[in-house]
Write a protein that binds this ligand. Structure first.
Ligand SMILES: [Zn+2]
Ligand SMILES: [Zn+2]
Length: 238
């Protein structure tokens, strides 16, 4: 029955925005998530890793950060990647929902401020770039819209061209952390001096194993930047 009403509403209001989590029509244009999904989408995790910022069931540092040393300083992750947030990430990644990416980026600023003092330390915001072919296929980089949304709320500049992906890499899905690191080796490069001696905040949609952030941090450090922090919209619960 609920499906019937949803289909009816969707046909009556075809141009209305829909909740990216459940697909219901959003009647309030100020909402980005419907009131039914919001408590699940923005659910607080029991704990967050003090290094990478991933959501955790408890403790101070996640297993991956406990066992590895990274070049970056620390990270923040706003949402838990689960069945409520997966469609949201899909929407900003593949459905051209750049407005949602921008608005989530603005919300990310509040989350970073709530959890850390990173925003007081960074000078520039750098979105993690897509490989040129991927960018051409998709037509946009979702991380850039998240970064622009974050910049609108913080007045920190976005340097979208400072870092580039210089070679295509195989899909990371199904690869272990070490395989991902190997796959991404030397695939990013700093191509501008604008980040020289600056503290950089890297932005991406999802944190999986941290291999991408690590590869980007290495490239930024080789390009002469000072410290690297990062923030993502979602990460899996560890
Ligand atoms: Zn919803
Ligand atoms: Zn961690």
């Amino acid at each position: 029955m609920a499906d019937y009403w949803q289909r009816l509403l969707s046909s009556l209001y075809p141009s209305s925005p829909h909740c990216p989590s459940c697909g219901r029509v959003l009647f309030d244009r100020n909402h980005i998530i419907c009131p039914k999904c919001a408590p699940f989408v923005f659910a607080e995790a029991p704990a967050y890793c003090k290094v990478c910022g991933c959501a955790m069931r408890g403790g101070d540092v996640c297993k991956i950060c406990y066992e590895n040393t990274y070049l970056y300083e620390r990270g923040v992750s706003m949402l838990i990647y689960n069945r409520y947030t997966r469609p949201i990430i899909h929407s900003i990644k593949y459905n051209n929902n750049t407005d949602l990416a921008y608005r989530l980026g603005a919300l990310l600023s509040i989350d970073i401020l709530r959890k850390t003092d990173i925003l007081h330390k960074v000078d520039v915001i750098v979105p993690i770039p897509l490989a040129p072919l991927r960018y051409e296929q998709r037509g946009y980089n979702q991380a850039q819209y998240i970064a622009e949304g974050l910049a609108s709320a913080t007045s920190k500049p976005v340097e979208a061209c400072a870092l580039q992906k210089i070679r295509e890499t195989a899909d990371q899905i199904g690869l272990s952390r070490l395989e991902r690191e190997d796959n991404l080796r030397d695939s990013f490069a700093t191509v501008s001096s604008v980040i020289k001696n600056k503290n950089v905040l890297l932005i991406d949609d999802v944190l999986t194993t941290g291999a991408t952030v690590q590869a980007c941090t290495k490239a930024l450090r080789e390009g002469g930047c000072n410290k690297v922090y990062f923030a993502v919209i979602a990460s899996s619960l560890h």
